[in-house]
Design a protein around this ligand. Structure first.
Ligand SMILES: Nc1ncnc2c1ncn2[C@@H]1O[C@H](COP(=O)(O)OP(=O)(O)OP(=O)(O)O)[C@@H](O)[C@H]1O
Ligand SMILES: [Mg+2]
Length: 288
């Protein structure tokens, strides 16, 4: 693991900060999701949601609201409102999808031409409902930590726009958000360069950004030893040093190249250094 520093820091933010949004950033595969999975501040009501970024700002907000409502449906005292919210989203989406597919739900029948405009996501209403859902949860549960892990990294600008446009609804007492962010955003944040709208930069949104750094070579080796378990015998001495070197501190890259080498040499009894080097060379040719 070797991420206790980051985990402890995030736990303590969740515990002691009265409100706000905190980012967790780092290159892909470095371990952001892994760190988030271990954040669990004692006595703080914690929920985790994933958002997968789709085509628009609206759908990011809908996705977030839907995931949160779904999770809160099982929470006593909030479940009534959560169900209501989820039903609202489901109906909205059905109407919009139905419309675009040419399905009539009857509600549109009889509308005059000008009224039968294409239905649109109701961003403003969705944002209000999100705020209300948070408020009710805080009332019921006290301090509330929401951990949002985003899956797709393409639309970073859109994530920030959504967060910015809903921040007045989510920056509220006793509510802390931890959000994973692509590395590029951190870089721009650090350089204070990202002026993605007139009102300012990332500092207006995030209270702090925690950077998940590459691991040490020894930590990569340790992590792989743990992962391999007794199968470590199938790997020759020195192989892990090369894997660690190749990984450059990125656990996913390390695990990936080792797995690849194992499959390239599946017929062999043990994986030797030369086998791994061959796989690395082959991979470098493939990817450059
Ligand atoms: N500290 C760690 N100890 C053990 N395994 C780890 C650690 N960090 C990451 N890993 C492993 O490395 C891989 C990548 O980690 P993870 O998914 O957390 O990265 P990420 O930064 O969230 O990536 P992405 O940018 O794609 O979301 C996973 O297989 C995970 O199990
Ligand atoms: Mg991740």
């Amino acid at each position: 693991m070797n991420r206790s520093k980051e985990i402890n820091y995030l736990n303590s933010i969740a515990l002691h900060q009265p409100f706000g949004i905190v980012g967790v950033s780092g290159e892909t595969g470095i371990g952001k999701t892994t760190v988030l999975n271990f954040v669990n501040p004692e006595g703080v009501f914690t929920m985790r949601v994933n958002i997968s970024l789709r085509d628009s700002m609206e759908s990011i907000l809908y996705d977030l609201l839907h995931s949160l409502a779904f999770a809160l449906e099982r929470v006593e005292g909030v479940s009534g409102f959560a169900k209501e919210v989820r039903k609202w989203i489901t109906d909205e989406v059905a109407t919009i999808k139905g419309f675009s597919l040419g399905v009539s739900f009857g509600v549109n029948a009889g509308l005059t031409h000008e009224k039968s405009i294409r239905p649109r996501f109701n961003f403003f209403k969705a944002r209000e409902k999100l705020g209300e859902l948070i408020k009710q949860t805080v009332q019921r549960k006290g301090k509330f930590l929401l951990i949002i892990d985003e899956l797709d990294k393409e639309k970073k600008e859109d994530v920030l726009r959504v967060i910015d446009s809903i921040k007045n609804f989510i920056i509220t007492g006793n509510f802390v958000v931890i959000l994973s962010l692509p590395f590029s955003i951190y870089r721009e944040y650090a350089a204070d360069r990202l002026r993605w709208n007139e009102s300012g930069n990332l500092e207006n949104i995030f209270k702090d950004i925690v950077f998940v750094e590459p691991l040490k070579k020894s930590e990569i080796k340790e992590l792989i030893v743990k992962r391999l378990g007794h199968r470590i015998e199938l790997v020759e001495d020195g192989v892990l040093d090369i894997v660690a070197e190749f990984s450059d501190g990125n656990p996913r890259d390390g695990l990936w190249i080792l797995t690849k080498a194992i499959y390239d040499n599946i017929q062999k009894e043990r994986l030797g250094k030369e086998n791994l080097i061959n796989t690395i060379n082959k991979t470098i040719i493939e990817y450059t």
